[in-house]
Design a protein around this ligand. Structure first.
Ligand SMILES: *[C@@H]1O[C@H](CO)[C@@H](O)[C@H](O)[C@H]1NC(C)=O
Ligand SMILES: *[C@@H]1O[C@H](CO)[C@@H](O)[C@H](O)[C@H]1NC(C)=O
Ligand SMILES: *[C@@H]1O[C@H](CO)[C@@H](O)[C@H](O)[C@H]1NC(C)=O
Length: 490
């Protein structure tokens, strides 16, 4: 795809730009006169914004919250994901791909409307295929066998049998994460994730699970996200059955030993100390910091000696676990070499005793960036010696549309690097080095979409132009019915 017409349109920006037509250009101009050296800018647009057609159709409202980041370059989609080699980690963001929203820069543009106009057509999520029929949806080149089960305790399980695989794997997703942290124990969900590795009734030794996997050609990790916590491992296929049983006990009978608490709080704190040298983590926390303090997104999610310094920590942990971990809100995927009936039998044996507490996952209706918390610009000094700009838009939740590829569509168009693309134009003006676009956060009441641009020194002084370029490109896309059609086709 190519947007040949995009270039002349984008170029008009230069002609009209005089630094005085928008509030933000004045601010940015003055900011860029300041001797920043390396810097990050967190930026919110003070403009009436019209949601890009794709988003307008789907999401009702998209409030742009823009982050201008000088330096770092760490704001690419998924920035902040922790290294998979760590024993466990908290994930600052859910990474999917990207999309975008288009505000019109003109002051006369209509402001955001909280609901789609009645006349607009709307896209409904495409229904998922019946999970019982997974094999009929796979590509013909895929000779793995799939099955979907619901155990007697309501645990939903997807099995994948691949006789050619020497390495097996499993992952458990739990529908609770750092949004459920109590205000007096920020980081509790992450701390819980750590504590599950420290012994179960059946396998009481600390790290017995991790040691077993390491000894058998595998490894493990886990991450705590906003509304999910995920645990996963790989292992030599010959040892899958035993590994599954070790793993299942996390969700059946963790010990939560009082004697492990102090050391593990230190481990969590050490992880935080390490994050202080990471631009993606710093940017993530900055974004939280400028959100509505009433929303759980605002809370610090990793945990430190200080945030977990609660005399009732162990009780809080047990309460969190028993109110959030339940077979009916978990999903297991097992990938193994053995035939489906064998995998079924192993899973049934190990996981049927995960308690079903019949809970409903906690939901969070509000959004972290209501109007009064959007339109912000923040500058920060990164750790790394680069300059970058991050533009965030809050949208309605996009997960329900995953089968329509909405996020994919938007990220591909905005992140395109060929002829007529945003990046090509910015490069031709020596303003940017790279660009990425993607979904940064996916929660039940909102998503955050990010366009991250690594800037040149010249680009750092031309941020208003760059922001406009992005918006104009989106306007261009939304004015093209053929691209809109592509979205509605799903
Ligand atoms: C699986 O194991 C066999 C025998 O050890 C080896 O020849 C083959 O390369 C392995 N395959 C993979 C994908 O590791
Ligand atoms: C847990 O350990 C702390 C010290 O590490 C101690 O002060 C506290 O009394 C212990 N709590 C229980 C319930 O054993
Ligand atoms: C933990 O809390 C106690 C009592 O409130 C306080 O004395 C201590 O300094 C705190 N420690 C840290 C690391 O915050």
């Amino acid at each position: 795809m190519s947007f040949k017409d995009g270039i002349p349109l984008l170029k008009t920006l230069d002609d009209e730009e005089d630094g005085s037509d928008d509030d933000f250009s004045v601010e940015l101009a003055s900011a860029s006169r300041h001797k920043w050296g390396r810097k990050h800018l967190l930026f919110g647009l003070g403009l009436g914004l019209v949601v890009f057609v794709v988003v307008a159709l789907i999401v009702a409202v998209a409030v742009p919250v823009a982050l201008l980041q000088g330096g770092g370059g760490g704001s690419k989609a998924g920035g902040g994901s922790t290294d998979a080699s760590e024993t466990s980690s908290i994930s600052p963001s859910v990474t999917v791909s990207s999309f975008s929203i288009s505000p019109t820069p003109s002051p006369s543009s209509t402001s955001i409307s909280p609901t789609p106009s009645p006349s607009s057509t709307s896209i409904s999520p495409t229904p998922s295929p019946s999970p019982n029929d997974l094999n009929s949806y796979k590509p013909t080149s895929d000779d793995r066998q799939y099955d979907f089960l619901v155990l007697s305790n309501s645990l939903r399980v997807v099995l994948i049998s691949d006789p050619k695989s020497n390495v097996s794997a499993a992952s458990m997703e739990v529908a609770a994460g750092s949004f459920s942290d109590p205000p007096d124990a920020e980081g509790l969900a992450h701390f819980c994730e750590h504590m599950l590795f420290l012994g179960t009734e059946k396998y009481p030794n600390e790290h017995e699970y991790s040691n077993y996997l390491t000894a058998h050609g595998g490894g493990d990790n886990a991450f705590t996200s906003t509304q999910e916590t995920n645990y996963y491992f790989t292992v030599d296929s010959k040892y899958l059955e035993e590994s599954l049983d070790l793993f299942a006990q996390f969700f059946i009978s963790p010990l939560f030993k009082n004697s492990s608490v102090a050391d593990e709080v230190h481990a969590v704190n050490a992880e935080h100390e390490k994050n202080l040298q990471s631009d993606p983590w710093k940017l993530w926390q900055l974004l939280k910091h400028v959100s509505n303090p009433q929303h759980p997104f605002h809370q610090f999610s990793t945990g430190t000696l200080s945030t977990l310094n609660n005399s009732n920590l162990l009780d809080l942990l047990k309460t969190y676990y028993s109110s959030s971990y339940s077979a009916n809100t978990m999903q297991l995927v097992v990938y193994g070499k053995d035939p489906l009936p064998t995998l079924t039998s192993w899973v049934d044996t190990s996981f049927s005793s995960v308690p079903n507490r019949h809970i409903s996952p906690q939901t969070f209706a509000a959004t972290p960036f209501p109007q009064e918390y959007s339109q912000k610009m923040v500058f920060y000094y990164p750790v790394a010696d680069t300059n970058s700009l991050s533009l965030y838009w809050q949208t309605a939740p996009l997960d329900p549309y995953y089968r329509n590829d909405v996020v994919e569509f938007l990220s591909r168009y905005l992140g395109y690097e060929g002829e007529g693309s945003i990046l090509q134009y910015l490069k031709s003006e020596s303003l940017a080095v790279s660009l990425s676009a993607g979904l940064e956060v996916s929660a039940d009441s909102f998503s955050l979409f990010l366009v991250g641009i690594e800037l040149t020194e010249k680009g750092l002084g031309r941020v208003p132009d760059i922001v406009k370029t992005v918006f104009q490109f989106i306007s261009l896309l939304s004015s093209r019915s053929e691209y809109s059609d592509e979205v509605t086709v799903g």
